[in-house]
Design a protein around this ligand. Sequence first.
Ligand code: 5GP
Length: 199
Amino acid sequence: MLSDNNGFVGKVFIFTAPSGAGKTTIVKHLLSKYNFLGFSVSATTRTRREYEVEGKDYYFLSIEEFKSKATAGEFIEWEEVYENQFYGTLKSEVARIWGEKKHLVFDIDVKGAENIKRVFGDKCMSVFVRPPSVDTLIQRLINRNTETPESLIKRINKIKREMTFENSFDIVLVNDLLEVSFVEAEHIVETFIYGLPIQ
Ligand code: 5GP
């Protein structure tokens, strides 16, 4: 189903986190540093946001297209994240990145991360990025001043729920000082690719 290309053994990195923990910044850093990493672009049925680019941020599909691909077994995993908003990773995306002899990188929430991890098993290194404390994350959210009291409570509850997933992944990266996290993330990537144990 997901074959390697001409002897290239493609690996998989998953970066997951409670929302706001800074995983995307870490993933962007890794992608800019290592050209042997390829970002896995998901497919979705949600509407494209103005700044998003087809094929770069997501593959935007209609619900009919998504469902017919799901029925045809074209996804390695998919989920209805919100009502009638489907998200998933196409097998063709994995083939594209491994075909370029790159290792796959996922930046995905905890539920999606669990799905991906199940599919790839020990080809995969899953990293849970967490803030130094829940309070730090909540404080960052409050400082941003983007939420109503109701949505703030919803988001805080979501963060608390997501924090309980920490032990479901291979390694926890505490994102306190970004520069330090970058170095730790580089160490995780290099160690997994070159097959040495993580210390
Ligand atoms: P957004 O609409 O904000 O870009 O993403 C909404 C949620 O969908 C996020 O929590 C994100 O992690 C999740 N998501 C994005 N791509 C995938 C995917 O390929 N599979 C699954 N299961 N979830 C995804």
